[in-house]
Design a protein around this ligand. Structure first.
Ligand SMILES: Nc1ncnc2c1ncn2[C@@H]1O[C@H](COP(=O)(O)OP(=O)(O)OP(=O)(O)O)[C@@H](O)[C@H]1O
Length: 606
């Protein structure tokens, strides 16, 4: 990786034209059109009042020289103008904060909704920390830039008003001021592309830092287990340094602009000062007008300087919103051809000639055929990587397949409205994921309208709920972050109950490999049996009891079916299943355990 390597665009990044971005941002703003009207009113008052103030002073100076007014009257007028400016600025800022706050919240909602709607293939190739960064930092960054933009626009409007006044006082002096302007803009434009590039890189570097922190904190227990704290720290230092260097480079590029512009300002103010003094002495303009021009030069160039800095900030805002829109517009690999409600499906699953690979260049399933009858339970066994989970993921419609057809009750899986289809699936993943909250809340997750009574009844239908007795508050016990306060067995039970509460037509169990105590095992089996009796079941089996409880066992190797049948018939065949049984499952059988006990006792007595 080079010094600035690792900052490549994500796969779903897009480059939008400035015009398209402006149109889309405007569409968001138009949702708050009435607030925008208030902002424009505030803007107009503010711009006029702030442009008029030096004019008032200039008139005042002339009036004082001619002894036509008193000093205190002038102070009074200025105070009133300052108050009006303050009030208008407050109104503009207040309404802007409101609009920008709502816009940022809306962008976050849209980006979050898009992230949750993406299929699993998206999460395989894109890092979650970077997605988080788009939803949080990039939207905020855009909001900040929007606020800054409005300040600059307000200053520019003031400049326009001021220009009209200056022109009316002295055209040659105004021209001197104006002549310098194209040089300012030219310089700013020169920096435009490079500023956008370095700020885009800075945002990507921040996303890499976020991602690194997220991954490290999520996997902290594994890191501690393997004593890898120092390694994750040094990885963090690496990405953090990269972010620092990227920001430094950005700072250096942006800092190049200011010395040049300051020189230009000093130069043109000096000319105005000198030519103005000559004009006053020659009686061409009054002392008040001279003052107005000196003030005017300052007021004129301040927004222009801001505008130059603004380009870089503005580019930063544009690249931030580009990244947010990129996430909002990201597309799924899944291609549903219709959105028919799944309705009450029975669970007859058929794979016809299915080709599937997680990537196009490596097929995991090739011409794969499978027919699982309604209500049937099928246990898939095979060595790791054989393709067991892949089949389950395709039934769950988590991934798009490249060829063939998958039908549920004779209907093409691609024609379903996915939420209604998935509502009929009950999936228990290999690593049960529980959300912070109570056991009751976690079980209810699958069907929010389930009553406390229904859940209690369901929970107690498994082993009379005895497993709850060891928990301090029974069903109301807090499971902790990701279920950390529960044992592995208890987590498995909760995730099984969560599926039971929705009475699925198709039950998919990716069984945990971790063994649990015999007491919990019995209860887990009881829950599994209840689900098997109600649903068509796909079991990715790691426990002998689960394999034995299936109607049919399918043995997979390299994504193909090599044997299938009942336990007895497969054992008689003496093929791959028999070998798997003897090397893996047999150790779990009660007779084997009993046998080893007696073997141990005999050895002990020898
Ligand atoms: N998200 C993914 N992206 C790319 N390849 C994947 C992905 N998930 C699985 N694979 C690959 O697909 C093949 C089949 O994996 P699968 O998870 O279906 O195996 P499995 O039989 O369920 O294994 P295990 O018993 O270890 O869970 C493996 O070679 C694996 O490396």
């Amino acid at each position: 990786m080079g010094l600035f390597g690792g900052l490549e665009a994500d796969k779903y990044d897009r480059q939008y034209s400035d015009a398209y971005l402006a149109k889309r941002i405007a569409a968001y703003m138009l949702r708050y059109r009435w607030y925008m009207v208030g902002i424009v009113i505030g803007f107009t008052i503010l711009s006029f009042v702030s442009a008029i103030r030096p004019v008032i002073i200039s008139i005042g100076v002339d009036a004082l020289v001619a002894q036509e007014t008193t000093f205190w009257l002038l102070v009074g007028i200025l105070l009133a103008a300052a108050l009006a400016e303050y009030g208008a600025n407050w109104l503009r800022r207040y309404l802007l904060s409101l609009v920008i706050g709502r816009m940022v919240a809306q962008l976050r909602k849209d980006a979050f909704a898009s992230a949750t709607a993406r299929d699993l293939a998206f999460y395989d190739t894109n890092k979650t920390g970077k997605i988080v960064s788009r939803i949080t930092s990039d939207t905020q960054e855009f909001g900040d830039v929007l606020l800054f933009t409005s300040d600059v626009i307000s200053q520019l409007v003031s400049v326009a008003v001021l220009l009209v006044v200056l022109l009316s006082r002295s055209i040659p002096l105004t021209v001197i001021i104006l002549l310098t302007t194209p040089v300012f803009f030219g310089t700013a434009m020169l920096f435009r592309n490079v500023a956008r590039r370095v700020t885009r890189q800075a945002a990507r570097a921040m996303a890499v830092v976020n991602d690194n922190i997220q991954e490290s904190v999520t996997g902290i227990s594994v890191a501690k287990n393997f004593r890898r704290e120092a390694m994750i720290y040094s990885e963090f230092v690496g990405v953090n340094t990269l972010s620092y260097q990227t920001n430094l480079r950005r700072g250096m590029v942006l800092a190049l602009i200011f010395p040049v512009l300051n020189f230009l300002i000093g130069f043109s103010t000096a000319i105005v000062l000198y030519s103005g003094a000559e004009a006053v002495l020659g009686g061409v303009i009054s002392a008040g007008s001279w003052y107005l021009f000196i003030q005017g030069a300052d007021r004129f160039f301040f927004p222009v300087i801001n505008l130059s800095a603004f380009w870089s900030q503005f580019q930063q805002g544009l690249s931030a919103i580009e990244r947010v829109f990129g996430l909002i517009d990201a597309e799924n690999m899944l291609r549903q051809v219709d959105d028919q409600p799944a309705g009450n499906i029975n669970g007859h699953i058929v794979f016809k000639n299915v080709d599937f690979g997680y990537t196009d260049d490596q097929l995991i399933l090739k011409n794969f055929d499978l027919d699982i009858k309604q209500g049937e339970s099928v246990a898939f066994v095979g060595h790791t990587g054989a393709g067991k989970s892949t089949i389950a993921k395709l039934v769950a419609r988590f991934y798009e397949f490249q060829g063939g057809e998958i039908c549920i009750d004779g209907r093409d899986i691609r024609t379903f409205d996915l939420p209604s289809y998935r509502a009929r699936l009950g999936i228990v993943p290999q690593q049960p994921f529980l959300f912070s909250g109570t056991i009751m809340e976690n079980v209810r997750y699958a069907r929010p309208d389930a009553t406390d009574e229904e859940i209690r009844e369901l929970v107690y239908s498994v082993g009379n709920g005895e497993w709850l007795e060891t928990l301090p508050d029974g069903l109301q016990s807090d499971v902790g972050e990701r279920g950390a306060r529960l044992s592995m067995g208890q987590r498995q039970l909760v995730s099984l109950l969560r599926v039971m509460v929705q009475k699925p037509a198709i039950f998919i169990l990716d069984e945990a490999t971790a063994s649990v105590d015999p007491f919990t095992e019995v209860q887990i089996q009881e829950a599994v049996d209840m689900l098997l009796s109600q649903s068509t079941s796909i079991l990715i089996a790691h426990r002998l009891s689960t394999v034995r409880s299936a109607d049919r066992i399918i043995v997979l190797r390299d994504g193909g079916i090599i044997e299938e049948g009942s336990h007895e018939s497969l054992m008689t065949q003496g093929g791959h299943y028999a070998e798997l049984y003897n090397t893996y499952f047999r150790h779990q059988s009660l007779s084997y355990v009993e046998g080893s006990k007696s073997r141990l006792t005999q050895t002990g007595s020898d």
